[in-house]
Design a protein around this ligand. Structure first.
Ligand SMILES: Nc1nc2c(ncn2[C@@H]2O[C@H](COP(=O)(O)OP(=O)(O)OP(=O)(O)O)[C@@H](O)[C@H]2O)c(=O)[nH]1
Ligand SMILES: [Mg+2]
Length: 353
């Protein structure tokens, strides 16, 4: 007897291999589904194996077989046929939706964080993926718990609040300053002034001046820490002073040190680190690390309208449990900005792909 094990992605395929190699008369001795490979049980692939056998005796010896063996072979052949018919009617595994872990990874949630989120969940929920309402509710609750610290800019009629936006180039700092200035000055009627320390590009100063003119608020340009100190002193009567800074490369230590010394002129400056949602998680991690000497108290996420996935917010807040301030949702000044909403963000993070 020639006995052979056939392994394939599905039972149908393994059966087909057995049939091709051993012929239609092969006897199926055993079938089994199992999971192969993967990491901690995740990413494993479902496989199937078929143990099949064929009688290798020559035809004349087959004829000499005991009648009971021949009838047993016939019975097995008929069982095989039934099994084949059942198998061909079975749904094909590959068409099923992704598992819970795949779903989280597709949303750019870091592997380790995704595994932690799924810890303790029953096995059937792990394979159910985004199809399961129960799983979705559990995940939303867990994700929400990491996004709970939210605090925008608190302005009072009697005090003077100073807020600086810092971050890499082009993330939307100046546009966000304009949105905030318009919101507090026009919508809420506060006295607002703008200060720009971005003197690297003429266009940058002009950009902020244009916004200041439209909103009807003063704009100051400062070239060094002393000038910033003097400008802050001059605008003590304002309810809110917003400081725009030049975009800095997280890889340029000198630029970060310069920014740090600028902001150190006043310990009451509330600093928001601005990150674009289109930034990859690894890059965002580096930005948060490299800007940390400037001690930002809050994170502000821009361009959430452009992001295909929002996992980076969760990844960062999981690593650095910081306060979220605002999120910006487009280029329109002043409308495309809102206070971060943990419920809404959790839903966006799990929005599927
Ligand atoms: N889609 C989208 N675009 C935005 C958003 N916020 C800003 N932008 C755009 O991003 C671009 C850069 O915006 P800026 O405000 O100049 O960025 P910045 O951080 O001040 O840039 P630098 O001063 O050069 O470092 C502009 O085209 C903005 O219109 C947003 O929420 N969504
Ligand atoms: Mg700018």
């Amino acid at each position: 007897m020639n006995v052979k094990l056939f392994t394939a992605a599905t039972l149908q395929e393994a059966m087909l291999q057995a049939k091709n190699e051993l012929g239609r008369d092969a006897v199926i001795l055993h079938t089994r589904r199992f999971r192969k490979g993967g990491f901690l049980g995740f990413f494993s692939k479902e496989m199937a194996e078929v143990l099949a056998a064929i009688e290798t005796v020559r035809p004349q010896s087959v004829e000499k077989q005991h009648p009971s063996i021949t009838s047993l072979q016939l019975e097995m052949a008929s069982m095989r046929k039934t099994l084949e018919q059942v198998l061909t009617k079975m749904p094909v595994k590959e068409n099923q939706t992704s598992t819970a872990l795949e779903f989280l990874l597709q949303n750019d949630i870091d592997l380790q964080i995704a595994e932690n989120l799924l810890q303790g969940l029953p096995e059937d929920q792990l394979t159910a993926g985004q199809e399961s309402d129960f799983l979705r509710r559990v995940l939303l609750k867990k994700i929400h718990s990491y996004l709970q610290k939210v605090d925008g800019i608190t302005v009072s009629k009697s005090g003077c609040k100073t807020v600086a936006l810092i971050g890499p180039t082009g993330v939307g700092k100046t546009t966000t300053i304009a949105k905030l200035a318009a919101t507090f000055a026009i919508k809420e009627g506060h006295k607002v002034a703008l200060i720009t320390a971005d003197t690297y590009r003429i266009a940058a100063v002009e950009q902020l001046k244009t916004y200041g003119d439209i909103i009807g608020i003063p704009v100051e340009i400062v070239y060094d820490p002393d000038e910033l100190k003097a400008a802050l002193f001059r605008h003590q009567d304002k309810n809110l002073v917003l400081i725009d800074t030049a975009g800095r490369s997280p890889r340029n230590q000198n630029q970060i040190t310069e920014l740090q010394s600028l902001l150190s002129v006043d310990p009451y400056i509330e600093t928001h680190l601005v990150l674009s949602m289109t930034t990859k998680y690894r890059d965002a991690l580096e930005i948060v690390n490299k800007f940390s000497p400037c001690s930002p108290q809050k994170l502000l996420f821009t361009k959430i309208d452009e992001a295909a996935s929002m996992g980076t917010i969760l990844n960062l807040l999981y690593q650095f449990p910081t306060t979220l301030s605002y999120v910006t949702t487009g280029q329109n000044v002043p409308d495309d900005i809102e206070l971060a909403n943990p419920q809404k963000l959790a839903n966006l993070i799990l929005r599927g792909s």
